[in-house]
Structures are given as C-alpha cells and as structure tokens.
Design a protein around this ligand. Structure first.
Ligand SMILES: *[C@@H]1O[C@H](CO)[C@@H](O)[C@H](O)[C@H]1NC(C)=O
Ligand SMILES: *[C@@H]1O[C@H](CO)[C@@H](O)[C@H](O)[C@H]1NC(C)=O
Ligand SMILES: *[C@@H]1O[C@H](CO)[C@@H](O)[C@H](O)[C@H]1NC(C)=O
Length: 137
C-alpha cells in the first residue's frame, strides 16, 4: 500500500516535471509510437482544438513532431472539455447540433478552429460537444 502510494507520487511528479509549465494540467498522456493528434484525441476524449491549444508550445501546427514517451497535457483545469465527438464522413454541424441538442454558437465557441459556417470540419476530427461553454483564454 505504502509503496503503491509512493509510486504514484513519484509518477505524478515526473509527469508534471516533463510537461513543464502546465502545473494546472487536468489530464496527462504519454505518446505511443504511431500516435497522431487526432487518434489521441479520439481515444482520450479531447477535442482536436484543445489538444493543440494546450500543447502549442511543443506540438507544431501540423502535429508531425510527436515522439514516443512525450508527455502531453490533454486539458487544463477548469477548461477541460471531456464531452467529445469524432466527426464521421456524413456529419455536418447540423447533424452534430441535433444529436447533442446544442447550438451552433456553442459548437463554435468550444471549437475555435471551426469556421463560422462550419465548412472546415473533417472526418476524424474531434469536436467538443458539451453544452457548457468553455472559456479558452
Ligand atoms: C471517453 O468517453 C466515452 C463515452 O463517454 C467513455 O466510455 C470512455 O471511457 C472515455 N474514455 C476516456 C479515456 O476517458
Ligand atoms: C498557445 O496557448 C497559450 C495558452 O496555453 C495561449 O496563450 C497562446 O495564445 C497560444 N498560442 C497560439 C499560437 O495559439
Ligand atoms: C434541448 O435543450 C434545451 C435547452 O438547451 C432543452 O430545453 C430541451 O429540453 C432539450 N431537448 C432534449 C430533447 O433534450
């Protein structure tokens, strides 16, 4: 029991240290070989925007510089959307707002990478579909 606790404390300290300044990180993730940003987002319930935004000091815009073992922060405390949806090939913002009973304004506020007419969403993209509006700074 005691050694289990110590192990977790040590692991948490390591993760915080390697994720640098993100002491207010809500969730951490260690990159595996072959991961892409959207694959991580889909499995971990984090939006494409949020993953990029939170890690914009280390992950480049095209997300082609991930490396195995790299520790990413998935969301910051207080602004961590965990209600997510992976866009399918026939989805539009209309199908998504209907499915989740949320307004387009909420979708746009929570996914600042989506343009105002919602024409740039793509299959495999992960959107925040929470009804709560998050205040990304
Ligand atoms: C992601 O969300 C789904 C649906 O709510 C849930 O079943 C799954 O456990 C979540 N995965 C993680 C890694 O949080
Ligand atoms: C990167 O994220 C920080 C907050 O984590 C934000 O203040 C900054 O504007 C972001 N930069 C870009 C280019 O998005
Ligand atoms: C949809 O959301 C509105 C308020 O945002 C609520 O009044 C209504 O009951 C919801 N409809 C369903 C089917 O959940």
């Amino acid at each position: 029991m005691f050694s289990t606790l110590r192990f977790f404390a040590f692991g948490a300290a390591l993760l915080v240290a390697s994720a640098g300044a993100q002491s207010n990180c809500d969730r951490f993730y260690a990159v595996n070989t072959g991961d892409t940003c959207d694959a991580i987002s889909a499995r971990q319930n984090v939006s494409t925007f949020q993953l990029q935004y939170v890690n914009n000091n280390t992950v480049d815009a095209a997300c082609d510089n991930l490396f195995a073992g790299e520790v990413l922060c998935l969301g910051l405390q207080g602004e961590d959307c965990t209600t997510t949806f992976v866009v399918g090939s026939t989805d539009t913002c209309a199908t998504i707002t209907t499915a989740y009973n949320i307004s387009l304004a909420t979708v746009l506020a929570n996914n600042p990478n989506v343009n105002s007419v919602c024409s740039n969403i793509y299959p495999g993209e992960v959107l925040c579909v929470a009804s709560q509006v998050f205040q990304y700074p």
